[in-house]
Design a protein around this ligand. Structure first.
Ligand code: URA
Length: 212
């Protein structure tokens, strides 16, 4: 798995306010969206394009446009929804599918509870959005699911990642034959005994949407 840390002062600035416990939900949502837009720039570096002939007011020229089939964006419910708007702002013609996954807070294992995705992903580039790469279980499950349905490559975008999670994810997807890339805003210090990223930002879903 290729790992890219999108190290940029603006990303670090916004991450700092996201981490701050005093940041309220509306501000947190706005910052998560803005961060995603910045991360999208890095994540879509290899999005497939094709030549496109146009005429400027001065002369004909050849540019590029997104190739078909269009990329598929898959936010992992619920916290990945907080990143969706920031991504589709950069890729407005992308198709959006949904995977509902949560982790059992005792075993820390990922469980799938909702799936709204095309059955056939042959030839599709897929972008998976999940703010926190903690144990790696959710992303590993999502990657297997998408690879089995024929995705050509998968880029996971997270706001933060734990070193243990990256290692575990690499081990769990060692059998996956397609290219997988992780783009993250930062790699934090560690995972604590409750499966939270340290220093992290707390529970991303709760901070986005309040505790329900
Ligand atoms: N999920 C979160 O929302 N936060 C963490 O720190 C780890 C997993």
């Amino acid at each position: 798995m290729r790992v890219l840390v999108a190290d940029h002062p603006l990303i670090n600035h916004k991450l700092t306010y996201l981490r701050d416990r005093r940041t309220d939900s509306p501000t947190f949502r706005r910052l998560a969206e803005e961060l995603m837009t910045l991360l999208a720039y890095e994540a879509t570096r290899e999005v497939r394009v094709e030549p496109f002939d146009i005429e400027t007011p001065v002369a004909p020229t050849t540019g590029i446009k997104l190739a078909n089939p269009k990329p598929l964006v898959v936010p992992i419910l619920r916290a990945g929804l907080g990143m969706l708007e920031g991504m589709v702002r950069m890729l407005p013609s992308a198709e959006v599918g949904f995977l509902g996954m949560l982790r059992n807070e005792e075993t820390l294992e990922a469980v799938t509870y909702a799936n709204r995705l095309p059955d056939d992903l042959t030839n599709r580039q897929v972008y998976v959005l999940d703010p926190m790469l903690a144990t790696g279980g959710t992303l590993a499950m999502a990657i297997h699911y998408l690879a089995e349905r024929g995705a050509t490559d998968i880029t996971c975008v997270t706001l933060l990642a734990a070193p243990e999670g990256i290692k575990a994810l690499e081990e769990q997807i060692a059998d996956v034959q397609i290219p997988v890339t992780l783009v993250t805003g930062a790699i934090d210090q560690e995972l604590n005994e409750h499966g939270y990223i340290v220093p992290g930002l707390g529970d991303a879903g709760d901070r986005l949407y309040g505790v329900v």
